[in-house]
Design a protein around this ligand. Structure first.
Ligand code: HEM
Length: 468
């Protein structure tokens, strides 16, 4: 899920929630001069994304396509999209994920260890974690550190320019990002060349893309198509997962009783694993019922992908409304997730609501239909493993509440320090320096839609984690 969509989600969703409550579940508006139909009902979302998906194609600004790579699967529909999807789904499916648990756990432990005694921001740390997990999924843990550093460095430049004004003058963020994108392409081509020279494409995501043959002539994907899709998957995986993880930290902090219950669930697993000396297993990650519900409720509350865009490829009629060819269509996930008809008391963070499955098409944090997120199980696995190690190895103390001012679209970096359970206990009587407080910060853009929640985020509380 490209971040342009992701980044403008919260603010627009707030505006549209207000409009939808005033004008109903289907309404027409203009965005930057483009006529656009917004759909806030589960039936309408299903119509666009599932039953009549062939009548609506994905649509993104040209500059974003250029930045990620025009051959990335989420820009396409039809045969090419289906082919790519099958390829990507394999390495993200249950069998592959089962084998990935040790790598995800290693990435989580290394992230937590790097917080020990260091200044870090929660969101940036989570981004690093999601990037590492993305790399392991794509390259199967076979990437040497030099290559990984090259990818990380260039990718971060691409990211910085991604939402900038598409101005190709040298020195601009956009220009730098396009240059970095070229270098990324070069690094990926080198990796593919090395694999071919060794005669080992591999069974990871990159290997699957390299070996895929299509059509009667058995044509392979070109290196350009493969690079676009590798960069696309990294894009789709990183900020999304990191954002939800940051929200989870905040929600757990805000609900101490729930945090205790989650800790109890996870402590039992840790005890069964000889106090954490044995690795987590796939079966154990499947048995974390309460933690899983916390993740689902965080996905619902935060609704970090608040909506998606499609474009009608023909005149389409829906319930007596005409959607002319070329118009944009937007299923509004957040509005559905926050509609009291489907989720009672929707502003309340209540994981127990997921003891019962939501009604069909009312819960779509990962989208729906042909373009639904193929990385959803990987994202959940990463969250489960992170929560396991965080709550069993670290404790969130009574917060000395502190406040930080956000400005729209600007991320505020705050200091934080994470103390591991196994380290020398902190002296509770000593005055901890400012950097000893972990600050879970979130994009203002992702503020839940009610004003009181938004205000809450302007004065977001600090967390303190220390030894258990
Ligand atoms: C909590 C984390 C995540 C959330 C909330 C999320 C959400 C979504 C959503 C809503 C879509 C559908 C967009 C649309 O219909 O226009 C999507 C698509 C996609 N996601 Fe995710 N995603 C997450 C994590 C990941 C991860 C970890 C990966 C890969 C490793 C991934 C890869 C993709 C890809 C490749 C697509 C495009 C699929 C297609 O067009 O067929 N996502 N994601």
């Amino acid at each position: 899920m490209p971040t342009c969509l992701w980044a403008c989600n919260g603010v627009l969703a707030h505006v549209w929630l207000v409009r939808a409550s005033r004008y109903g579940e289907i309404l027409k508006t203009h965005i930057l001069g483009c006529p656009c139909v917004m759909l806030a009902s589960p039936e309408a979302a299903r119509f666009v994304l599932v039953t009549q998906a062939h009548l609506f194609k994905p649509t993104y600004p040209r500059s974003k396509e250029r930045m990620i790579g025009p051959s990335a699967l989420f820009f396409h529909q039809g045969d090419y999209h289906l082919r790519l999807r099958k390829l990507v789904q394999g390495p993200l499916g249950p069998d592959a994920l089962r084998a990935l648990v040790p790598d995800v756990e290693a990435a989580v432990c290394s992230t937590l260890a790097s917080w020990d005694g260091n200044v870090a921001s929660t969101f940036h740390a989570m981004k690093r974690l999601s990037f590492d997990v993305g790399i392991v999924t794509i390259f199967g843990g076979r990437l040497d550190e030099r290559r990984k550093a090259e990818l990380r460095q260039n990718y971060s430049i691409v990211e910085k320019g991604y939402n900038s004004f598409p101005n190709g003058f040298p020195g601009t963020l956009y220009y730098k990002a396009i240059q970095a994108r070229r270098r990324l392409h070069g690094v990926l081509s080198d990796i593919m060349r090395e694999r071919r020279a060794r005669g080992e494409p591999g069974s990871d995501l990159l290997g699957c893309l390299m070996q895929s043959r299509a059509g009667d002539d058995g044509a392979l994907l070109t290196d350009g198509q493969i690079a676009d899709n590798v960069i696309g998957v990294l894009f789709a995986a990183q900020d999304t997962t990191a954002s939800v993880l940051t929200w989870i930290v905040k929600y757990l902090h805000d609900h101490p009783k729930l945090l205790e219950a989650v800790r109890t669930e996870q402590a039992a697993i840790r005890t069964a694993n000889d106090g954490g000396r044995l690795p987590l297993t796939w079966a154990q990650t499947r048995s974390m019922a309460l933690t899983h519900r916390v993740i689902l409720e965080s996905l619902r509350m935060a609704s970090i992908i608040s909506f998606t865009f499609r474009e009608a490829v023909a005149d389409v009629e829906y319930k007596g409304f005409l959607i002319p060819k070329g118009w944009k269509v937007m299923p509004l996930f957040r509005n559905i997730h926050h509609n009291p008809d489907y989720f009672q008391d929707p502003q309340k963070f209540d994981p127990s609501r997921f003891k019962v499955s939501p009604r069909p098409n009312t819960f779509m944090p990962f989208g729906n239909g042909v373009h639904a997120c193929p990385g959803n199980e990987l994202a959940k696995l990463e969250m489960l493993v992170l929560i396991h190690h965080l709550v069993t190895g670290y404790r969130c103390g009574a917060p000395p509440h502190r406040f930080a001012i956000y400005s729209l679209l600007v991320l505020v970096d705050q200091s934080s320090r994470w103390a591991p359970a196994a380290a020398t206990p902190l002296d509770p009587s000593s005055q901890l320096p400012d950097s000893a407080y972990t600050y879970s910060y979130c994009y203002m853009l992702h503020a839940p839609v009610r004003i009181d929640r938004a205000i809450n985020l302007w004065g977001h509380s600090l967390l303190r984690w220390h030894n258990t």
